[in-house]
Design a protein around this ligand. Structure first.
Ligand SMILES: Cc1ncc(COP(=O)(O)O)c(C=O)c1O
Length: 388
């Protein structure tokens, strides 16, 4: 979350004064509907469902494209564990593959991992950065796979001029506290496919069959969950969405100012980027030849206290596959009989060193968080002090 204030307070007040906090049963046409209409327009998709988290949005998207027991879904080794957990939640098997120096899923690793049981790829746009979606789409087309974009960390970002989540078969956003726009906890499923939308809508709302929208659905009902949001979340998100393009523009200006200075130093190398124009601007990513150099750069940036912080993604806990304990131990459910790993159609092996290249890249990469409250000139000055 980068900005929150009076518009969000006014929105909450309006919900309280209306007495209508539920999005259905009287809430139709209210804040959630307004938010979804505006979100679809902004992203350029036909359908959107707001959910209570990015994880539930991913679950709905995966279920929406038809993932079920025994289906393999390719996920990157560097992402929040939720990308893999969403796969097990719908009965699928996460197949974990390497990233490349852009920190995004490596298309060559994806192609190597395709088996006769693979059904989908989850490219994850980490840290507001962008996956090589052309390459992923090519593989998906070749092997007839679905693409579910995990854009939880990259709301509003784009690839070759198209907003993320509008390119794959479905996509997911997170609106939790740490994301670009936020309502504390929340998510969104986006798609151009009516069937995916219907399935996501039914799964997100266990009461779907009783709703006024029920007769519009062309998909047979099945037992869903409760991943709904309230009008409070809808109202806050509607206010947040009005800020999105300005937030992105501010981030990008600051990122560009820092990048220009850092790139001018011949000892520093900016990480490759699949689409610098579509990058949300949340971080500046640098890659070093050795772990020692990356570590000493982090120490330098943090000890200078210039107003921005640096860290290595290898130290980002649950974002690195080696720390996904429930997945690596194949504990895919609360009940062993529901454990999706029982339904795997071939032997799936996980080990801490299976994506050694990812670990090496994460060891040698440094991310500098773009300081949103500083001006671009201040960002430039910070970068100048960093290069010394
Ligand atoms: C890449 C990625 N995927 C999925 C999620 C899950 O989102 P949420 O925390 O809203 O469930 C997150 C959130 O941190 C994330 O960063």
């Amino acid at each position: 979350m980068y900005e929150m204030g009076k518009p969000e307070l006014d929105a909450i007040k309006a919900v309280i004064e209306s007495g209508q906090t539920f999005r259905y049963r009287g809430g139709e046409g209210g804040w959630c509907d307004k938010f979804e209409a505006a979100l679809k327009k902004k992203i350029g998709v036909k359908y959107a469902v707001t959910t209570n988290s990015g994880t539930s949005a991913l679950i709905c998207a995966l279920a929406g494209v038809g993932i079920g027991p025994g289906d393999e879904v390719i996920v990157p080794a560097y992402t929040f564990m939720a990308s893999a957990i969403a796969v097990t939640a719908v009965g699928g098997i996460p197949v974990i593959v390497d990233i490349d120096e852009s920190l995004m899923i490596d298309p060559a690793a994806v192609e190597r991992a395709v088996s006769r049981y693979t059904k989908a790829i989850v490219p994850v746009h980490m840290n507001g950065r962008i996956c090589n979606l052309d390459a992923i789409r090519k593989i998906a087309k070749k092997y007839n796979l679905k693409i579910v974009e995990d854009a939880c960390q990259a709301v509003g970002g784009s690839y070759k001029g198209r907003r993320l989540t509008s390119i794959g078969d479905a996509g997911a956003f997170s609106f939790n506290h740490f994301k670009i726009i936020s309502c504390g906890e929340g998510g969104g499923v986006l798609t151009n496919d009516m069937k995916v939308y219907d399935r996501a809508l039914i799964l997100h709302d266990g009461g779907a069959v009783f709703r006024s929208y029920a007769d519009k659905l062309k998909t047979p009902f099945f037992a869903g969950m409760n991943f709904r949001v309230s009008e409070f979340q809808g109202a806050i998100l509607y206010a947040q969405l009005q800020r999105l393009d300005r937030i992105l523009s501010n981030l990008r200006k600051r990122q560009a100012a820092m990048t220009e200075v850092l790139a001018s130093n011949s000892h520093l190398r900016i990480s490759p980027n699949n689409d610098p124009d579509g990058d949300c601007g949340c971080v500046v990513s640098l890659i070093f030849d050795s772990t020692a150099e990356a570590k000493s750069f982090v120490d330098r940036v943090n000890s200078l206290k210039v107003g921005c912080g640096a860290g290595r993604p290898i130290d980002s806990g649950r974002h690195v596959y080696v720390n996904w304990e429930p997945i690596l131990k194949k504990q895919g459910s609360h009940n062993e009989k529901l454990n999706p790993f029982r339904w795997a159609r071939r032997k799936i092996e996980y080990s801490p060193d299976m994506c050694a290249s990812t670990l090496d890249i994460l060891e040698r990469t440094v991310l500098i968080g773009v300081p949103y409250s500083a001006t671009p000139s201040e960002c430039r000055r910070m970068a100048k002090r960093i290069i010394g």
